[in-house]
Design a protein around this ligand. Structure first.
Ligand SMILES: [Zn+2]
Length: 293
């Protein structure tokens, strides 16, 4: 176990898991500028008054006890299992857009294709052109062979169920779970059509599972009107829009927008006096040890 200090950059709309009830996918970056995906993070943190003091927001700095490596069955190297979410501590908050932008600039990827090629499961891009914000029916396939694999993996590890890892959500793979007081609905497909920064980009249609965006859609049930006004007209034309993207556990090349970052147009990044990130201490090699003698 290690304690990591994470700047929270994305929080997704809650989806069901069999073991913990509704979960929120949280992504961010640690002090060594390494991307992190944290789970399980239960929705009850934001619902139950008992947990008010750990109710962290985007751009909070949190301290969290995590596993040193990704959990079994999750090959995404940025994933970490949260040892005890009740021990999460909020230790700071980045308030101004200038500093936030400085953080994002340090992490910025040139395009979607380079994130995929890097093998990373999280990244951030500034789309070159956003064409539309729209909704479409969400089709899901229940493949028998796939279910069989999932079942076997589930049996292989009884302490950490596979179902926890489906934080991006595939409801059909989950057994029916109902929390008495929390109703979590299947996420509708809402998302952006855009070109990323790659000159040879052929365009992307990417689903948005960002908590705020999904919540806004849930309120109006249509992308037309206030939803499009806010998520397209305002964020695309009055702000500088960045997409924080993450892939799914099952399909490593399938990315979704897990967070939106939208500083006012013209924001200039300002690095704080104390550097945001630091170099990771190097592990001692045999040579170092011999040198010390
Ligand atoms: Zn592209």
């Amino acid at each position: 176990m290690v304690v990591e200090r994470i700047i929270v950059l994305a929080k997704t709309y809650p989806e069901l898991s069999s073991k913990h009830g509704p979960l929120v996918c949280v992504a961010g970056v640690n002090e060594y500028k390494e991307w992190r995906r944290l789970y399980p993070i239960p929705l009850k943190i934001w619902i139950n008054e008992k947990y008010e003091d750990i109710r962290f927001r985007k751009w909070d700095k949190i301290e969290v006890e995590v596993s040193e490596k990704p959990p079994p069955h999750d090959r995404r190297s940025e994933s970490r299992r949260v040892i005890n979410w009740k021990n999460i501590r909020v230790v700071g908050h980045i308030k101004d857009w200038e500093t936030r932008l400085a953080v994002i600039k340090e992490l910025l990827d040139p395009d979607i294709e380079s994130i995929i090629n890097s093998g990373r499961s999280l990244g951030v891009i500034k789309p070159a052109k956003v064409l539309d914000f729209f909704s479409k029916p969400r089709h899901r396939l229940r493949d028998e062979a796939e279910k069989e694999v999932l079942k076997k993996m589930d049996e292989a590890d009884s302490t950490v169920t596979l179902l926890e890892y489906l934080e991006i959500g595939d409801k059909y793979l989950l057994p029916e779970v109902r929390e008495p007081d929390v109703k979590v609905e299947e996420l509708p497909w809402i998302g952006y059509k855009f070109y990323c920064g790659n000159p040879r980009c052929r365009g992307h249609e990417m689903m948005v599972i960002d908590w705020e965006a999904q919540e806004l859609f849930r309120k109006y049930r249509t992308v037309e009107g206030p939803v499009k006004q806010k998520l397209f007209n305002e964020l695309v034309f009055k702000r500088d829009l960045y997409f924080i993207v993450g892939n799914t556990w099952k399909y490593h090349k399938s990315f979704m927008i897990i967070g939106l970052f939208y500083p006012p147009k013209g924001t200039v990044p300002v690095k704080p006096l104390v550097p945001i990130f630091k170099d990771k201490p190097k592990q001692k090699t045999l040579f170092d040890i011999l040198q010390q003698r």
